[in-house]
Structures are given as C-alpha cells and as structure tokens.
Design a protein around this ligand. Structure first.
Ligand code: BG6
Ligand code: MG
Length: 217
C-alpha cells in the first residue's frame, strides 16, 4: 500500500496565481519583439526556467539573438514581472492552500517547494508562507528545467524521503512530466484536458484532503 510521506508543491499557479503575471510580462516582451504570443503558446512556458521560456518565445518568432541580447531581454521580462508581483499580499494565496498545508503539518507529512522560479523566496515572504516548508528547492538551486526531475529529486533528497512516497502538485504539463520522471505521484491543479498525465486533477487545493491522498496507489 502506498503511504504519502511528503507533498511537493510547485509555486506559480499552485500556491499563488502568479502564472498570469508571467504571461503578462512575456506578452509585453513579445509585443516589443513583434512576436505573436497567445495564452495557448503560454502553456508551453509554464513550469520551465526563464531562459528556456525565452528560447521558446524566440522560436515562435523565428528569431535568433546573441547570448548577450538574450540575457538583456530575460532581465527586462523579469523586471516587469517583479514589478507585477511587488504588490502581492497573503490575500493572493490560492484557495485551500493554507488549510491543506496545515492539515499536512498536523499529520506529519513533509512539505517542500519545488519551483523553477528564482523569485520564489521573494514571493513566499510576501505571502508569509515560508515557515510551512521543510525544504525549499527553487531556480537558484537547480540547473535543469522541468520536465527534468532534478528539482523534485532534490526535494526528496533534502527531506530524506524516497521518491515513491512523494506526490507533486503541479499546474504545468512540464511539471507533471518532471514528477513522473522522478518516479513520484502527481496531482494536477487546473484543467484535466491539459494535465492528462497526472494521477488526477483538481481545480485548486481546497478540493484536497487526506482521503484523496490515499487514492494514490
Ligand atoms: C515557474 C513558472 O514557476 O518559474 C515559469 O511556471 C517561470 O513560467 C519559471 O518561467 C521561472 O521563474 P522566474 O521567476 O525565475 O523567472
Ligand atoms: Mg506552475
């Protein structure tokens, strides 16, 4: 029988609705570069690193840039993004997050953050969520973007829990694939038509409880 000993959470789009700000900032850059960029295109950027996202955006516009220019545009996008998130408060935490994290703590299930973002500490501090986490692995600690499992394997390692006892909560296709590649369970947050490979999908964490975790077999 499975026993979940750790829950690993993606940040953007799972704990807080920052995915919309990533989209707005990429859209602004796309406009500046005269690249057409839709919400559907944006799905491919979810969960992956800033530089990998820029590469996808440039390929949509058949554009090639020097490394120096790429760094410049990635920084520009990040400055817009940081401006958008500067006004985040605990009111922006997504439904059910605090209740579910508290439930896990009460049942001694470990909690980790597994995010590609280099802004994760800034965001967790603004949301007052830092103290819930037993491990925080983010874009500053990893070198390989999701769907590579590095971020989630590092969470398991830091928690000293086997991947087979871990479940990942993700809103991005690349994140669900990273969980599968890590040998972990995965629960999608959002649309079942996009997150087809997850063990199951819920709208948000207010639909989660211990009974649902025990469904993972
Ligand atoms: C992920 C987002 O959580 O973090 C991606 O889903 C984003 O859209 C990535 O590109 C990197 O974030 P940041 O904040 O370091 O640019
Ligand atoms: Mg996400």
């Amino acid at each position: 029988m499975n026993k979940i000993k750790a829950c690993l959470f993606d940040l953007d789009g799972v704990l807080v609705d920052t995915a919309k700000y990533h989209f707005l900032a990429w859209k602004k850059l796309a406009n500046e570069l005269n690249i057409e960029f839709s919400e559907e295109d944006n799905e491919k950027l979810k969960g992956i690193s800033r530089m990998a996202s820029l590469e996808i955006l440039l390929s949509l516009g058949n554009m090639e840039l020097s490394n120096e220019m790429k760094l410049k545009f990635a920084e520009k996008k990040n400055n817009w993004y940081v401006e958008y998130i500067s006004k985040l408060t605990p009111n922006d935490i997504l439904p059910g997050v605090k209740e579910f994290l508290t439930l896990l703590k009460c049942h001694d299930i470990k909690i980790a953050l597994g995010s590609a973002s280099k802004n994760s500490m800034l965001i967790l501090n603004k949301l007052n969520l830092v103290n819930y986490f037993d491990a925080i692995i983010d874009g500053n600690k990893i070198t390989k973007a999701k769907p590579n499992p590095e971020v989630f394997l590092k969470c398991a390692e830091e928690l000293n829990i086997s991947p087979k006892h871990c479940v990942v909560f993700e809103d991005a296709e690349a994140g669900i694939e990273a969980a599968i590649n890590a040998g972990m369970y995965s629960i999608g947050i959002g649309s079942p038509s996009i997150l087809k490979k997850a063990n199951f999908v819920v709208d948000n964490l207010s639909y989660m409880n211990l009974e649902k975790l025990s469904l993972l077999k």
